[in-house]
Write a protein that binds this ligand. Structure first.
Ligand code: AMP
Length: 285
């Protein structure tokens, strides 16, 4: 049965015992409202570690003032069931005051990689992500931590942070899990109304067209972007925030595709902002 820990001390006590028993620990950081995408991370963690801790915490420091912190979907009972089914050992579900003690004023900033893509429209987002993930790493002290390639910029930021701050943790990237019609699974998909939900798979179709063009040898990033933008704009409910092609490691825009790249987009349908991407070329682990 999954154990739910609400405090840092409880998690630390469990992990201390695991370590005493010589057991390896995997961490899966999430904001809850778990779906098959999250489950794929937990499944991988369960196969690679003796014990698995899933954090379930809607992190306030990664939301901007006009974003959906209050409305972010939550369903703790369902999350606990999914974690239990997936054979995770602990679900760590702290209150914000537990994670951020009164007077908390220390942040982790990963510069450079965070200035493009989602960093442009969500300026404090990655500072919040890097801070909470660092805190989780310090609390859980995992051997491995699992992140989805759906949030490809986040994955690049975490890998960079782990390198720069010498965290002795292996970062494991996991492929994007999709609905049958190609829409990437996301906790935010539930906000889409019927028409928006029907329109949203255009993102995947557009990315597939872009990827095919790259595979056929197109190296002009602008041409690929135009192809993707035009495809998305054919759906009148879509509203593009960005479509960008960047170096997979530095997250800096490229004009010619010559090495590993990340092609990423953020598009709103009504008030729901969705992200998706594809990578091309082998990526640094
Ligand atoms: P979130 O709860 O949205 O912050 O996501 C927690 C983790 O699950 C992140 O590492 C995400 O990249 C990952 N994740 C979310 N959706 C998917 C998906 N559809 N496929 C793979 N990983 C995902």
């Amino acid at each position: 049965m999954i154990k739910i820990c609400k405090t840092i001390d409880e998690v630390r006590a469990e992990v201390k015992q695991y370590k005493k028993d010589g057991l390896s620990v995997g961490l899966v950081p999430t904001m809850g409202y778990l779906h098959e995408g999250h489950k794929s991370l937990i499944d991988k963690a369960v196969t690679e570690n003796d014990r698995v801790i899933v954090s379930d915490f809607v992190n306030p420091t990664q939301f901007g003032p006009s974003e959906d912190l209050e409305d972010y979907p939550r369903d703790l009972d369902k999350d606990a069931m999914l974690c239990d089914d997936a054979k995770a050992d602990i679900m760590f579900n702290p209150e914000p005051e537990e994670m951020y003690a009164a007077g908390s004023c220390t942040f982790v900033t990963v510069s450079g990689l965070t200035s493009e893509l989602c960093g442009k429209s969500r300026p404090i987002h990655f500072r919040g992500v890097a801070t909470v993930v660092s805190k989780l790493f310090n609390i859980v002290d995992p051997d491995r931590a699992y992140f989805g390639e759906k949030d490809a910029q986040q994955l690049a930021v975490i890998k960079r942070m782990v390198k720069d701050l010498n965290f002795d943790i292996e970062i494991v990237g996991c492929p994007i899990v999709r609905e049958e019609d190609g829409l990437a699974k996301s906790s935010r998909n539930k906000y889409l109304n019927k028409e928006e939900r029907m329109a949203a798979p255009v993102l995947r179709r557009a990315l597939e067209l872009g990827k095919e063009a790259v595979a056929k040898g197109e190296i002009d990033a602008d041409k690929i972007k135009v192809l993707i933008v035009d495809t998305i704009n054919s759906e009148k409910l879509s509203n593009i925030d960005y479509v960008e092609i960047v170096d997979a490691e530095t997250i800096k825009p490229v004009s010619k595709i010559r090495g590993p790249i990340l092609c990423a987009l953020a598009v709103s349908f009504g008030t729901t902002r969705l992200i998706d991407n594809f990578s091309y070329g082998s990526r640094e682990k």
